[in-house]
Design a protein around this ligand. Structure first.
Ligand SMILES: [Mg+2]
Length: 207
């Protein structure tokens, strides 16, 4: 039976996490003096949220947060088009669509960034959802997807690379498949996710 397969963006279909972690850790180190290593670990640990929420989670109410977020988002926007798709992304998304599945991208990046990236890289998913005020990856996106396709939670699968993605899927009763890379298979397992893949091609076997 055909499904709606929703993909997170950074670290799931695009190999962008190493560079994003570099940008974030350099900023946290420069503004708050934490070591690059700890800054990076904190960034990874909280990934899957909009960066503004990650920073608030790490440094609640701290004065430099706004400036760090502005600088991060500016840099990300400048560089995002250079971030490559994982080598198998196009072929897998095409194969899923050819089997009658719906393909959705659901990201914490701003909507216009997502739309520009899709145009630039030639991906044509059925739906592209980015972040807007009051409209985030997770419950908002899942509800929108269900309405758009007149579907229910059991028709939907969410593929993501972060433990936050797992939480979001679980909180909404949606099947989750974790892409290993940002987190290990063991990290996902300990967090309660038993379905993991190393490469998007494995989706063709497990769906
Ligand atoms: Mg991600």
């Amino acid at each position: 039976m055909s499904k709606i397969v929703a993909f997170d963006f950074d670290g799931t279909i695009v190999d962008s996490m190493p560079r994003l972690a570099d940008i974030a850790s350099e900023l946290i180190n420069r503004y708050y003096g934490l070591s690059l290593k700890i800054s990076r670990d904190l960034y990874i640990l909280t990934s899957g949220l909009p960066f503004v929420e990650q920073l608030e989670y790490m440094f609640p109410g701290k004065k430099g947060n706004h400036e760090i977020v502005d600088e991060f988002e500016r840099k990300k926007e400048e560089e995002v088009m250079d971030e490559p798709l994982f080598p198998e992304t196009k072929e897998v998304l095409r194969a899923l669509a050819a089997q009658g599945n719906k393909v959705v991208i659901s990201s914490s990046n701003f909507q216009h960034i997502m739309e520009d990236y899709m145009l630039g890289c030639g991906l044509r998913p059925d739906l592209v959802l980015g972040h807007k005020e009051g409209f985030s990856k997770g419950r908002d996106h899942f509800n929108y997807i269900k309405k758009h396709f007149n579907a229910d939670a059991s028709d939907l699968i969410f593929v993501g690379d972060s433990l936050r993605d797992l939480d979001k899927a679980r909180d909404n009763g949606i099947r989750f498949i974790g892409r290993i890379g940002t987190f290990t298979a063991n990290d996902f397992k300990q967090a309660g996710a038993d379905e993991v893949i190393h490469d998007l091609r494995e989706l063709m076997q497990v769906l």
